[in-house]
Design a protein around this ligand. Structure first.
Ligand code: C2O
Ligand code: CU
Length: 637
């Protein structure tokens, strides 16, 4: 070790070097913080973003100073002008460097409406605040080293803290924060657009065209989307259970979209009609008729809110993000005979998050960690308002987002009486004030607006990104006659079937840490040629117990096609709230499985033979490649 103490010049160099090193470390920590947090989550993540941007900006700043000095010596131009020139010239590569560093996470990068092509404008936009962030970090670092010097570790010629510089740096850093907030946030106030209820299709022969369409979502330019029949969400299919229904989907999407496959999520479909990811596809220019008999165990299938969406292997996340999702309401006599709110008082609501670029176009950049949006859409409308009468409403809630989980609560604590889950009516209503829905999960609730004339109730998403916090507003009008009510008993639930030990399967949710990030089940990526339950496949009519064990550090939502399941047990270091557990006592087919959690479910494989998939419903997890197959067989070998 060299002793600097007797050499003031070297000590000054040491301080500078230390400053730069510390600034880089701070910037590096900022980058980690940024990556670890929900990108749009908080001021801290915006700070993290600034610090992350400081990595390319710091060398840029140093280069500008050194290059500017050199240029000034060579040309005689004044030093500040030369430095400013080099700095400006550096913006262009800074944009590219930033793009490279941000990589695939750009789509969730909290830039709001920024189009992520590197450009002078982008370079300026990111490098300027980042430069000041680096400057602030370096100043703080030199503050630290001056402190160390004062403590006698280093003797520095001029150990005075440059106060003006600190003030300037902090002011610059503060000034960048508003610029970090998404640009688009200013473009539309929440609750300025009325809710739209997708048109219903009710016949037994339904035709739906998948096509590109311009959809008006934000003020200004329309958004080009891949749609079912030109709208987002697509039309709501509403059918009586037990009646055979044919839905013909035609693929008129652009060539680049490729083949499609439509999964009727939550339905008990035959294997060929299930929207298989890698077979029975609909090529561009082609069409396919799906036949649903809506029968389960020789009886009409249970009434439920279901949905349909694209399910193409590897690109489901992109396809759904671009708009390929719609809702389904299956009615039956049991449900219809209850005095629940109906007609205009029965409202399906699809919640998704999306982000848009500066031209109002959807931005989707695949990211195996899941793609999040910066705007909350309800039935395709950004943060709508909804005029309701003073009466009870049945609200059917579906989280159709790619990865975002939503926790719904009224801002004033108004109660939601949950009456159904994915598999239809609960045995009894469960009072809730907060309802968490992971992707693909549904909850049906009855909310009573009676006597609230003139009031406005804001439905919020109370966990996660503040950008997605304000969901929609209910503006209540005068009371109307309302004969509806929620009975104490809704639909008795058959007890869960007994399962023998040889019909128990354990599925570990795993990830591969070698190479690119891949999500796996029992260590395996999805392979359309492999049956993951073979050779001891589920036998038609038999019951099985499946146990999901999440060994990864992130949440997954396990969705099983074909049949609905009873939740037997959740074992977790972090127990579910009692009301949430109670609400899971209905039939379900999508289960949130949190890190270190074990979720045990049982079901009986009825009616259909053949192969089905099950997978994580975080769509980018599914696409990369957390999906597996089971085959229902007549007998085991
Ligand atoms: Cu909604 Cu297999 O998915
Ligand atoms: Cu997952």
């Amino acid at each position: 070790m060299i002793d600097h103490r007797d050499d003031p010049a070297r000590s000054t160099h040491a301080v500078r070097g230390l400053s730069i090193a510390l600034a880089l470390i701070v910037a590096g920590i900022g980058r980690l913080l940024h990556a670890a947090s929900d990108p749009a989550a908080s001021v801290f993540s915006h700070l993290g973003h600034v610090m992350a941007d400081a990595i390319p900006a710091l060398p840029l700043g140093l280069t500008a100073v050194l290059g500017g000095r050199w240029l000034s010596r060579r040309t005689g131009v004044s030093r500040p002008a030369a430095i400013a020139f080099v700095l400006a010239a550096g913006f262009v590569p800074a944009g590219a460097v930033h793009e490279a560093l941000a990589g695939a996470s750009v789509a969730v990068h909290g830039h709001g409406a920024a189009a992520h092509r590197w450009s002078l404008a982008h370079g300026v936009r990111d490098a300027v605040p980042a430069f000041f962030a680096a400057f602030a970090a370096a100043t703080l670092a030199s503050f630290g080293s001056a402190f160390a010097a004062a403590a006698g570790r280093l003797r520095v010629a001029s150990a005075r803290v440059p106060r003006a510089r600190i003030a300037l740096a902090l002011a610059a850093l503060a000034a960048t924060l508003p610029g970090r907030m998404p640009v688009a946030a200013a473009s539309a106030l929440p609750f300025s657009n009325p809710l739209v209820i997708p048109q219903e299709r009710t016949g037994d022969d339904i035709a739906i065209e998948m096509r590109e369409a311009e959809v008006q979502i934000l003020p200004g330019a329309p958004t080009k989307m891949w749609t079912y029949d030109g709208t987002f969400p697509g039309p709501t299919i509403r059918r009586p259970s037990g009646v055979t229904t044919r839905v013909t989907f035609t693929n008129s999407l652009p060539e680049e979209a490729g083949s499609m496959t439509v999964h009727h999520h939550g339905n008990h479909s035959a294997s060929t009609e299930d929207g298989q990811p890698a077979s029975h596809l609909i090529p561009v220019g082609g069409s396919r008729t799906y036949t649903y008999d809506f029968v389960e165990n020789d009886a009409p299938e249970r009434a439920a809110m279901q949905w349909y969406h694209d399910h193409r292997m590897d690109v489901t996340g992109r396809n759904v993000w671009n708009g390929l999702a719609g809702m389904v309401i299956l009615d039956d006599e049991v449900d219809a005979d209850l005095p629940l709110p109906e007609g205009a008082f029965d409202v399906p609501l699809m919640f998704v998050d999306r982000s848009f670029d500066a031209n109002n176009q959807l931005s989707y950049r695949f990211n195996a960690n899941g793609v999040r949006g910066t705007k909350m859409l309800v039935n395709g409308v950004v943060q709508p308002r909804f005029d309701v009468a003073g009466a009870k409403y049945r609200l059917r809630l579906l989280n159709a987002s790619n990865i975002s989980e939503f926790t719904f609560a009224f801002a004033d604590g108004t109660e939601m009486l949950q009456i159904a889950t994915e598999g239809g009516l609960l045995p009894a209503p469960v009072p809730r004030t907060r309802i968490k829905l992971a992707p693909a999960e549904r909850a049906e609730v009855v909310v009573d607006f009676t006597g609230m004339n003139g009031r406005s109730l804001v439905l919020q998403n109370v966990e996660g990104s503040p950008l997605l916090r304000q969901v929609m507003r209910f503006d209540v009008g005068p009371n109307v006659p309302d004969a509806s009510r929620v009975p104490e008993v809704l639909r008795p639930l058959e007890p869960a079937p007994e399962v023998s030990i040889e019909n128990t399967r354990v599925w570990a949710l795993t990830q591969s840490l070698a190479g690119d990030l891949v999500w796996t089940i029992n260590g395996l990526e999805y392979d359309a040629e492999r049956i993951d339950t073979a050779p001891l496949n589920p036998v038609l009519g038999s019951a099985e117990r499946w146990i999901f064990v999440n060994t990864t550090p992130v949440n997954h939502v396990m969705h099983i096609h074909d049949v609905d399941w009873w939740l037997i047990r959740r074992t977790s270091p972090d127990p579910y709230p009692a009301d949430a557990l109670l609400a899971e006592q209905g039939l379900k087919e999508s289960f949130l499985v949190r890190p270190n959690e074990v979720v045990e479910i049982v079901s009986r494989f009825t009616d259909h033979l053949g192969t089905y998939v099950f997978h994580c419903h975080v769509l980018e997890h599914e696409d990369r490649a957390m999906m597996a197959q089971f085959e229902v067989v007549l007998s085991r070998p």
